[in-house]
Every structure is written in structure tokens, then in C-alpha cells.
Design a protein around this ligand. Structure first.
Ligand SMILES: Nc1ncnc2c1ncn2[C@@H]1O[C@H](COP(=O)(O)OP(=O)(O)OP(=O)(O)O)[C@@H](O)[C@H]1O
Ligand SMILES: [Mg+2]
Length: 269
């Protein structure tokens, strides 16, 4: 599967975005890292977030599932306004239960997998659905095994993370996110920690998820993947969205000088 036809998804775009952000700011002390981001992602969209190191990509993603709290701005997830209250010059959580609930709907896959080292792969997948979502063990086990089949890891279900390659660990981490039945998947450089020969197997799993119509926001330095798989590219520069659009438009060049420079630097290696 080389490219994804998203015209069907676009045609059915619902009125309520999966994620909606207005004038999002994030400060660490006196340093403003995000400087007013306006962003929407609809159901079924695959948005790649590109930008130089330090431009705020991870911070932005972490604000979306409230691993970081924005300093200012508004955030809605499937139309539900996240309850954030002013606290000095920052915001604080207004409703802890809401945040716990929304976090399971917006799952994150990290660069360094973040699997529990003392649990087998299967136990890693079952932990949150059983203990956080309080779903039945038997049902979760069936679903976890089905997910491991999907990512090609069922024969490693009883292995510990240290016994797996990086690519296998990352596929396990993706399966673990999927077992939570999230409505949005966030990926923060999911292949950056992998040896080059293992990148492809993880990108394949992600391409398959995209082809299924999953809503995905992906921070990546894999430019070919971003160009071929995304329905939209967002280019961050110094905490602001510098350019945004269809991959074919942005990659053709001429939309944003800064984006063109970014890509040129990239191509030079
Ligand atoms: N917890 C923190 N405390 C202070 N500053 C931070 C913190 N987290 C991030 N920053 C700063 O915010 C800026 C944006 O960081 P962020 O990690 O979001 O960038 P990034 O675009 O993901 O970069 P990279 O491509 O290197 O991962 C950087 O200058 C970074 O040093
Ligand atoms: Mg980052």
C-alpha cells in the first residue's frame, strides 16, 4: 500500500473535530515554547507535525493528551471542552476525572517505547485496560492477543521487553495503545530510536492504521512517510504553525520559505 486515498474520509468529515485547539500557549518559566497554536484534526485524519529540533513538536503533542498543561488557550476533544482553570499565569486541571477519561481516548506512543520491563509483552498490553479501564481480564486478554497478531508479535507474547528488538518493542507499544481503544493516536518520533533496518516494520504498522482510517497525529522526521501517508502536514517553527497544508502542496515547494529550507537541510542529511 503506497498511498492512501482520503477523499472518502474528507467527504464524511464531521462538524465536530476530534481535536480542537485555540490560541494554545505553553511557557516554562519565562520561556514561551508554544506561542499561540490554532489547530483542528478531524476523525480519520493523519496529520504529520514537522519542524526543527526545539520548535515545540513534543510539547504540543504532550499538551494534547495533558501530559503537559498549557499555560493558556482552549482545548476540546471530540467537542468536549477540557476543564482548565487559571492558576497564576498558568492553567491547572479543573476536573481530574475528565482528564483521566480523555487520556484513554487520546493515546500516546513514545520514541522510547516506555514498556514496563518487569512485565511480559502480553501483560504490558493488559495492564491499563484491566487496572485503569477496569475491563474484564478474559476479554482484554482476547483483544490483546488479537492486537499482537495484527502487529506480528503473537509469538512474542510471553517475552519480556529486553528480549525484543527495538522494532518489536515499538510494535508492542503501538499494540498496547490500541488495546485501550483510543479515538486518537499520538506518535512522538516513534522510529527515531530504532536502528535503520528496523524503521520499516514500524512504519508499516502505522501505514496500515492510517489506511484503516484511524485518527493519528505524528511527530516524525521520516519525510517520505509524512509525504505519502499524511492527509495534512503541519510545520512548526519556534512555537508557531509556520505552514500547513496537503503534503503534495507543501512538498512541491513555494508555500513557505522556511519549510523549503527545512526540507533542503533534511535532504542534505
Ligand atoms: N520541561 C521543560 N522545561 C523547560 N523547557 C522545556 C521543557 N520541555 C521542553 N522545553 C523546551 O521547549 C522547547 C521545545 O521543546 P520540544 O521538546 O517540544 O521540541 P521538539 O520540537 O519536540 O524538539 P525535538 O525535535 O528535539 O524533539 C525547547 O527549547 C526545550 O528546551
Ligand atoms: Mg520532540
Amino acid at each position: 500500500m503506497a498511498s492512501v486515498n482520503r477523499s472518502v474520509v474528507a467527504h464524511n468529515t464531521p462538524a465536530v473535530p476530534a481535536i480542537s485547539v485555540n490560541d494554545l500557549h505553553k511557557r516554562y518559566g519565562t520561556v514561551e515554547v508554544l506561542k499561540g497554536i490554532d489547530f483542528r484534526a478531524h476523525d480519520g485524519e493523519v496529520v504529520s507535525i514537522l519542524g526543527a529540533s526545539g520548535s515545540g513538536k513534543s510539547t504540543f503533542l504532550r499538551c494534547l493528551n495533558l501530559l503537559e498543561l498549557p499555560s493558556a488557550g482552549r482545548l476540546q476533544i471530540f467537542g468536549e471542552k477540557v476543564n482548565l482553570r487559571p492558576s497564576g499565569s498558568n492553567l491547572r486541571i479543573g476536573d481530574r476525572n475528565q482528564v483521566d477519561r480523555l487520556r484513554t481516548q487520546v493515546a500516546m506512543v513514545f520514541q522510547n517505547f516506555c514498556l514496563w520491563s518487569h512485565m511480559t509483552v502480553l501483560e504490558n498490553l493488559m495492564e491499563a485496560p484491566v487496572h485503569v479501564q477496569r475491563r474484564s481480564r478474559g476479554q482484554v486478554r482476547d483483544e490483546a492477543e488479537a492486537m499482537l497478531k495484527r502487529v506480528g508479535l503473537i509469538d512474542r507474547a510471553k517475552a519480556y521487553p529486553a528480549q525484543l528488538s527495538g522494532g518489536q518493542q515499538q510494535r508492542a507499544a503501538i499494540a498496547r495503545a490500541l488495546v485501550m481503544k483510543p479515538r486518537v493516536l499520538l506518535f512522538d518520533e516513534p522510529t527515531s530510536a530504532l536502528d535503520p533496518e528496523l524503521v520499516g516494520e514500524v512504519l508499516k504498522v502505522m501505514r496500515d492504521l492510517a489506511a484503516e482510517g484511524r485518527t493519528m497525529l505524528i511527530v516524525t522526521h521520516e519525510m517520505a512517510f509524512a509525504r505519502d501517508v499524511s492527509s495534512r502536514i503541519v510545520f512548526l517553527e519556534q512555537g508557531r504553525i509556520n505552514a500547513e497544508g496537503l503534503p503534495q502542496e507543501l512538498f512541491r515547494g513555494g508555500v513557505s520559505e522556511r519549510f523549503d529550507q527545512f526540507i533542503a537541510r533534511f535532504n542534505q542529511g
